[in-house]
Design a protein around this ligand. Structure first.
Ligand code: FES
Length: 515
């Protein structure tokens, strides 16, 4: 296995992160935590320096060191809560804005999360609201926070109205309704012990409100309900979705045995880009955008080939690039745009270095050795166009059982966000599902087999491949039919049908802004 990307650093836990902070920062935070507890117990008027230091188990003089006055300490505590709310609620929801149903569901979850909506913290918000003397300070610090939150809810509701086609709805009223439901639930939390709070019920109430306004979209996201493989509430803006799921993701581009010698190349169209993978004279595997730097048209149009004279020439006006991507000959312009390369088990993956949010490397732990596998004669046929969103296709493939999986040892690995690697005795195939516009996708299949298989094994392999092709056609037809069925406004999901673990994991990936 060869890597051309940096190794990830070991994760640091939140506690370790806190311990790494300098002592003054830790002490100040300890005082803020104690102040929040005091505000919860005694309110702003009853919160005194003596009570705060007693809770913090620090000496009274230390407050003066960090805060000018008691008022400054109260304001700092409220500011801390406002920043926490922004970081832990608003920012993750904004990241999902392209999928408004998912974003609203996440907003409900995060708004009611025990870390944010603990009785202790919620009580502090209301304590400031309740005291006229403190109200001006509250408004100064948190007015913007409240306004931002309301604007976010309005924006998501607007998007829901557009995507659901329910243009008769009053977005202002719907947004106020949701904010009101959330506020009422918070008020209830403020006067309860944590043990008495039923957060699952609170979430269900919010989702019931949203479902009463957007029944189709939120039926599919019903918490706790199976919701099967129906994801009609999870379709977002295709461009934002591509940015989120594909721009920084590793994508399969070929097998090392397809480019054994210097100048050998494979080319492939991905979600929004075309890739050209080349082996240079030193044996290094390089990947470039399959696009000339003069005009973004493809330098090569075949899946595989060889640059005989070690130069990548553009047929249009004759610009040439070396196998390292640098311009050669008389022109001294820019070189080819590069991709990052990750190689494992003989498989070559590429990723754009320009992605703002790079994905982790593909996990092939469940796949056995395949470095010497050779491409089968029609290893990468034409992509299959499918009249179904890429997510529907992925879910269908994840639910399917490969033919022969019951009688021979199969390994299957899902590579986020859109690939399946399947390994059977002596052979391996990769399915890659790519978005091709709203409600459309294309599926690319690549097949490789161990060298020197005997004739009997080859015949068996050919039978397996033919069965796989039949099954794939069937799965893609089901995906297209599922998408058609999702458009039926009166269709309802049977909530008793639980999704499989693979489907649940895929849905979580769609939901999880941090993948
Ligand atoms: S477009 Fe490639 S040389 Fe002009």
């Amino acid at each position: 296995m060869t890597r051309s990307v940096k190794k990830k650093k070991k994760a640091v836990t939140a506690d370790q992160e806190v311990l790494r902070q300098p002592l003054p920062i830790r002490q100040r935070q300890r005082l803020i935590d104690a102040c929040i507890t005091a505000l919860h117990l005694y309110g702003p008027t009853g919160t005194t320096v003596a009570r705060v230091v007693a809770i913090a188990k620090l000496s009274p003089g230390i407050v003066r060191f960090y805060f000018r006055s008691k008022a400054a300490m109260l304001v700092a505590s409220l500011q801390f809560l406002a920043t926490e709310f922004e970081d832990r609620v608003v920012t993750p929801v904004v990241a999902l804005r392209g999928q408004p149903a998912l974003a609203l569901q996440r907003l409900v979850e995060l708004y009611l999360d025990p870390e944010i909506a603990s009785p202790r913290k919620v009580a502090v918000w209301y304590a400031f609201w309740g005291e006229a003397s403190a109200r001006q300070e509250y408004l100064a610090i948190c007015g913007q926070k409240d306004a931002n939150f309301a604007a976010l809810v309005h924006d998501l509701v607007d998007r829901m109205i557009v995507s659901s086609g329910r243009r008769h709805l009053d977005s202002e009223a719907v947004a106020l309704g949701l904010i009101g439901v959330l506020e009422m639930l918070w008020q209830g939390f403020a006067f309860e012990e944590e043990a008495n709070i039923d957060r699952a019920l609170a979430r269900r109430r919010c989702m019931a409100y949203l479902r009463s306004v957007f029944p189709r979209e939120f039926a599919a996201l019903d918490e706790g309900a199976g919701a099967g493989r129906v994801i009609r509430g999870m379709h977002g803006d295709p461009l934002e979705e591509r940015e989120k799921f594909f721009r920084g993701a590793w994508q399969f581009a070929g097998h090392e045995q397809e480019i054994p010698g210097s100048g050998d190349y494979v080319a492939l169209d991905l979600a929004d880009t075309r890739v050209l993978v080349v082996r240079d004279a030193a044996g290094t595997v390089r990947a470039f955008r399959n696009a000339c730097r003069s005009l973004p048209h493809a330098l090569v149009s075949t899946r595989r080939g060889r640059f005989a004279d070690a130069s990548i020439a553009c047929a249009l006006h004759g610009l040439s690039y070396g196998l390292d991507g640098r311009p050669v000959g008389s022109h001294e312009g820019a070189g080819l745009l590069q991709f990052e390369v990750y190689r494992s088990h003989g498989l070559i993956f590429v990723r754009s270095p320009a992605a703002a949010r790079p994905w982790p490397e593909p996990d092939l732990a469940g796949i056995g050795a395949a470095s010497d596998y050779l491409p089968l004669p029609d290893a990468a046929g034409s992509p299959w166009p499918v009249e179904a969103d890429w997510k529907i296709v992925m879910l269908q493939l994840l639910e399917s059982r490969p033919p022969g999986a019951t009688t021979s040892p199969w390994r299957r690995q899902f590579l986020r966000p859109n690939m399946l690697v399947e390994q059977r005795p002596g052979a391996l195939s990769i399915l890659q599902v790519l978005p091709a516009g709203a409600g459309r996708s294309r599926v690319q299949q690549f097949e490789y087999a161990a060298p020197a298989a005997d004739p009997q094994a080859l015949a068996g392999e050919e039978r397996a491949r033919s069965l796989m092709r039949v099954q794939l056609e069937r799965e893609l037809a089901i995906a297209a039919s599922t998408q058609q069925g999702e458009a039926d406004p009166d269709y309802e999901v049977d909530a008793s049908v639980a999704p499989s673990p693979a489907t649940a994991a895929f849905r979580r990936m769609l939901l999880d802004a941090d993948y």
